[in-house]
Design a protein around this ligand. Sequence first.
Ligand code: SMO
Length: 720
Amino acid sequence: MLPVVKFTGQPLRRREDARLVTGQGHYAGDEQVDGCLSMLFFRSPIACGKITKFDVEAAEAHPGIVAIYTGENVEGIGQHAVNGAMLDDLKAPPYPLLSEHGIRSVGQPLAAIIATSKQAAEDAAELIELEVDEDVPTLQAGQDGQNLFEDIPDNHAMTKHWQTGNVAQLFADAAHVVTAHISHPRLAPTPMEPRTIVATPDPETDGLIIHMSSQNPFRARNGIADMLEMEPEKVRVIAVDVGGAFGMKASVYPEEILVALAARWLERPVKWTATRSEEMLSAWHARGGQNEGELALDKDGRFLALKARINVPLGHWLPFSAAIPLWNAGRMMPGPYQIAAVDIEANGYLTNTAPVGIYRGAGRPEAAAMMERLVEKAAIAVGIDAVEIRRLNFVATEDLPFVTATGCEPDSGDFADVLACATELAGYENMKAEIATRRANGEICGIGIASFTEPCGGGWESARVTWHPDGTIIAATGSSSQGHGRETAFAQIVADELGVTPDQVTIIHGDTGLTPEGVGAFASRSSSVGGSAMRMAAREVAEKLRQTNTLPETPITADLRYTADGESWAHGCTIALTSIDGDTGIPKIEKIVSADDAGTVLNEMLFDGQVVGAGVQGLGEALMEQVIYDESGQLLSGSLMDYAMPRASDVPPFVLGRTVTESPNNIIGAKGVGEAGTIGVPAAVLNAILDALRPFGVENLAMPLTSERIWQAMQNGFEE
Ligand code: SMO
């Protein structure tokens, strides 16, 4: 008999929060170790060139300095891995932990200073002498410029091409062709907690105990062990409380390897905490794509074929998942629509900047912004309503699972239903009438819609659930938390399977020494894959308990790995209502309506929190966030004084709705919702602002849609 569902789905408050808001959280930076040394990085102040002099001798003699490592000390350390399995071609540049000869970016670490105090390290850094023969940097994807590596012509490091059907013929025969240029700002993920790592040698095991801010402790463990040529079991990574990660803490950085290395070499604990400016300089950035698209339509508005060119900057080194954004952007560009023929090419180019990696959405926002802009333009070209043209082209629910022209397999869903949910919540017809009236009165205002899909999860995850005779239940997960309420949601699942309350369940996560090996918290996979593993293990324990007639006197455990049958595809629809101040160009987002289908919901409050949190990050991309380098490659947006992030006063009312189409690909039936807001919101806001600017003849505008850019466009009607 299946258990009666009691807690799963309930909007239970996050059990983590009382601890976190009263300062009882334990972040990596809280870790106090006796005799801990401080690491500080001497970073390149210029973007590109050859080192002609680098002298650390005076710095080494400074009081309190234990060691200074430069390129020659770490020459023998190998290259960290880059995942290129999904590409047609990958040329990963060599990337030394500390550069000896060439400089590729402002902020690149050239020396690691290890001292008895941070102050001593800072003082010593002042004594380092660096002279560089400077070169002109290459800053944009595909820009003609300096070739950064001999064997990577044109800095062209990766490519992926999707081609299906007779695209040329379909374009030649089309009744309408619409085009779009989408310019994504380069973003700084900026989790509240910067990167932090404390590595302590463990003489008992000849290993390392590492507290660090990571969203996937096992990948961090394996990455560090690999680089240090240690057995993974000898490295224990602990990341219990994490103050946000958003993709930016999904694989190891050179700085983290250097801390681990120093602890090993010096046989002393070593700690590094990035400053906010260091995060802006050297943590990976995101987006930055300059993308072109074309959609061919028949006379009734049916989509015939899609062409796109995705061009992304990659920075000067490639993190493990550097290829994911351009791969996601291309493969999921057809979104929820039936499009038989595609010619989509994605290219990534090395640049003299910080690296560019995954960040909440990771290519999905790029796919949706392009497709939804094309759809909006298609509706105008054909002369039908923006909702109508979407309905006409959706893949029908009965046709799911469906193989798209890019080879993806959306597993389930009801795209028309989630659109209907959004239009109903928005009062779409009234909204249109209201906009018409306001326009007649001289206001500048518009509506934007974005329908989107979101591939989530896939792969495996682990769980170990133990029932103790005193009634307590300990559930350990190989999945982890980056601050997104996993303890709460996983306890709900276990409680239901074992017929107890969630407070009887202790969740253990974020410690490779205490949990079964797992994958981690990214790609919106925690609920669907991590949750399914939890449910399966708890179910097995419940089954064993049922088989014993009396209450057992010894603990009962189930320890297993669960592999999902495939990716689960969440989907949604976002509607934005905006107005623009005619004198200043200041945009006002009056309302965001977001309807999401993420399959089975584990906790309604967590679900809503994810949608709004990601939605605000989406607003940041659409309206204000932008990393800016000047032409010499200096970072102009090096602090939160210069890099604009949304504040509470920038956040409009969010109206949330949901539909539920269970995923057949995992036993929970969950999809993911962690990234939805970053996908739907920028596309909908871009469409809304360009709808408002239609009377000015503006068809394309680069994000972020700042008041200055909007005002200029209103003056010139120019296209960017
Ligand atoms: S960008 Mo995410 O942590 O897959």
